[in-house]
Ligand binder design. Structure first.
Ligand code: HEM
Ligand SMILES: *[C@@H]1O[C@H](CO)[C@@H](O)[C@H](O)[C@H]1NC(C)=O
Ligand SMILES: *[C@@H]1O[C@H](CO)[C@@H](O)[C@H](O)[C@H]1NC(C)=O
Ligand SMILES: *[C@@H]1O[C@H](CO)[C@@H](O)[C@H](O)[C@H]1NC(C)=O
Ligand SMILES: *[C@@H]1O[C@H](CO)[C@@H](O)[C@H](O)[C@H]1NC(C)=O
Length: 314
């Protein structure tokens, strides 16, 4: 490869760092790690069905800002406002689950396992325990020491179009195929009205409601989210048909029943459209692609220490 091409590749990969992770990283130092995390996640899910969606999204946000370094877990301190309080923090919750998992792991192997690794394992467990695929999580991440609310501007927004989505992913070394597979995370969880308001009121000069929405579905969303909505937690589940991790999200996109403009936008490019159709048709292909892309996303690295408390730098 010539230098100019190499330079270009580096320049386009704004937020990438390579990592030396391995699935057996704690084999000698903390063999009970995965079992301990899984037990905590399973118990939390039993008490609160919103936990798996929360942990999956938390891991996504963590990886997209400064790499998967547990920066999303840090609390604000002194004059520093942390990532978790940044503008799109809407519905980030269940941080207590990671606290409990960390406590369990610290009791077994003190000062050994990073919070970033615990979150990556907990996100995988959330998917598997919801009926999604299982994969071996590469480990060995380090925790970061920086968490800034202003960094959350780097996250993709629900009003992004296809090329903005592609750019956001490619800046992190993730492909257009990763974009479509990982968007399947929207088979779990909930969205507040503000996240899809743009589609159901004053869409543009000629349409009040986004015409790509199925009319019945659009009317139902308008009813849940009136123009001057006063109900604090009003919104819609992302896949209103099931709480399982399945491929229904893609079927819903094809039916004009996706929630965000950014979901719908996956039909605006031939390659992403083809993949949406493929995953809608084949649960098997989706499961395999999702697991592969999760491993890729969760290998973006960042930090430098092992925290003792996931909310505080050491
Ligand atoms: C492609 C770009 C993406 C955009 C623009 C996006 C945007 C959003 C927005 C706006 C919400 C709703 C927040 C709210 O109103 O409460 C949300 C929820 C969620 N997202 Fe994404 N997201 C993207 C990719 C991903 C990825 C890659 C994953 C995981 C693999 C993911 C998993 C989730 C989950 C599970 C929820 C539900 C959270 C909960 O119920 O607690 N998203 N996303
Ligand atoms: C924030 O606090 C740190 C120490 O607590 C201080 O050194 C720094 O000057 C403060 N920054 C601002 C902008 O106030
Ligand atoms: C989200 O941000 C708001 C305002 O910045 C803050 O009051 C709230 O506590 C944050 N939520 C979480 C989970 O940190
Ligand atoms: C996507 O959005 C960006 C930023 O608003 C805009 O510059 C671009 O033209 C849009 N692309 C398409 C294909 O609409
Ligand atoms: C509004 O959006 C629809 C669908 O994207 C489009 O066909 C129409 O031309 C848009 N109207 C204006 C004024 O931009």
């Amino acid at each position: 490869m010539n230098a100019a091409v190499f330079g270009l590749l580096l320049a386009s990969c704004l937020f990438c760092t390579t990592s030396g992770l391995s699935t057996d990283y704690y084999e000698k130092t903390c063999p009970q790690l995965e079992h301990a995390v899984r037990r905590v996640v399973k118990k939390a899910m039993k008490n609160d069905a919103t936990v798996p969606a929360a942990l999956l999204r938390m891991h996504f946000h963590d990886c997209f800002i400064r790499g998967c370094d547990g920066s999303v877990l840090l609390d604000s301190k002194g004059n520093n406002t942390a990532e978790k309080e940044g503008p799109p923090n809407i519905s980030l919750h269940a941080f207590y689950v990671i606290d409990h998992a960390k406590e369990a792991v610290e009791a077994l192997c003190p000062g050994t396992v990073s919070c970033a690794d615990i979150l990556a394992v907990a996100a995988r467990d959330s998917v598997t325990l919801s009926g999604g695929p299982h994969w071996e999580v590469p480990k060995g991440r380090k925790d970061g020491t920086i968490s800034k609310a202003s960094d959350t501007r780097q996250l993709p927004a629900p009003i992004f179009n296809n090329s903005q989505l592609q750019q956001s992913f490619s800046q992190r070394g993730l492909s257009i195929d990763d974009l479509v597979a990982l968007s399947g995370g929207h088979t779990l969880g909930f969205a507040h009205c503000s996240s899809f308001q743009n589609r159901i009121h004053n869409f543009n000069a000629t349409h009040d409601v986004d015409p790509s929405l199925d009319p019945t579905f659009g009317t139902a969303l308008q009813k849940t989210c009136p123009m001057h909505n006063k109900v604090k937690n009003a919104g819609s589940t992302l896949d209103p048909t099931t709480t399982k991790f399945d491929n229904r999200y893609y079927k819903m996109i094809l039916q004009g029943r996706s929630i965000f403009s950014s979901d719908q936008a996956l039909l605006d490019n031939p390659r992403t459209k083809m993949l949406v159709a493929k995953f809608a048709k084949s649960r098997k292909h989706f499961r395999k692609a999702f697991a592969q892309s999760m491993i890729k996303m969760s290998s973006l690295s960042g930090g430098e220490e092992i925290r003792l408390n996931c909310r505080l730098v050491r």
